[in-house]
Write a protein that binds this ligand. Structure first.
Ligand SMILES: [Zn+2]
Length: 167
């Protein structure tokens, strides 16, 4: 497993445990090159998925890319790694259950848009700005106006997050 910081392929597993939902094994690794610590997940893949992009190009679905796009939107937000992992796992399960081996990038984006408000409003708006291609401040304003993002909504939506606390 290549170190995300220095690209060294030599790392040690320091800790290995099942994730909360039991669907993956989480490994803490120590890079022998630069000493950085990072986490890897091992999980069952039910189906090979192909993403069809807007321009018609096809690419293999990569969970890590989806995770990266969501992680960027949630940068410095009070959301735990485990919460993001759970959300990504739920999206992947939904994608796998569609029953088609090809999914459009739009459907994936829409699933993220459906899920993110439950985790974090700011991350949601950030993700939407990329997904919906905002160009100017007024795009944000009208989006936020339409969505009526408020604390009330946030609290109401959190109830179904099976008990995990909002940090
Ligand atoms: Zn390294």
């Amino acid at each position: 497993m290549r170190c995300p910081f220095c690209s060294n392929v030599d790392s040690q597993v320091k800790d290995s445990r099942h994730t909360e939902d039991g669907n993956a094994i989480r490994r803490r690794r120590l890079c022998n090159g630069c000493g950085a610590r990072f986490t890897t997940f091992e999980r069952v893949q039910l189906r090979e998925l192909t993403v069809v992009k807007k321009n018609g190009r096809r690419a293999p679905f990569e969970r890590d890319k989806l995770l990266a796009s969501v992680t960027i939107a949630l940068q410095k937000r009070p959301v735990k790694e485990e919460q993001i992992e759970r959300m990504i796992s739920a999206i992947v399960r939904r994608l796998e259950s569609i029953g088609s081996s090809e999914v459009s990038s739009e459907i994936i984006g829409q699933m993220v848009m459906d899920s993110l408000p439950h985790l974090d409003s700011i991350g949601y708006v950030r993700y939407a700005s990329v997904y919906k291609n905002f160009h100017e401040v007024s795009d944000f304003e009208s989006f936020i106006g339409e969505e009526k993002l408020s604390n009330d909504k946030e609290n109401a939506d959190d109830k179904d997050d099976n008990g995990s606390e909002k940090a």
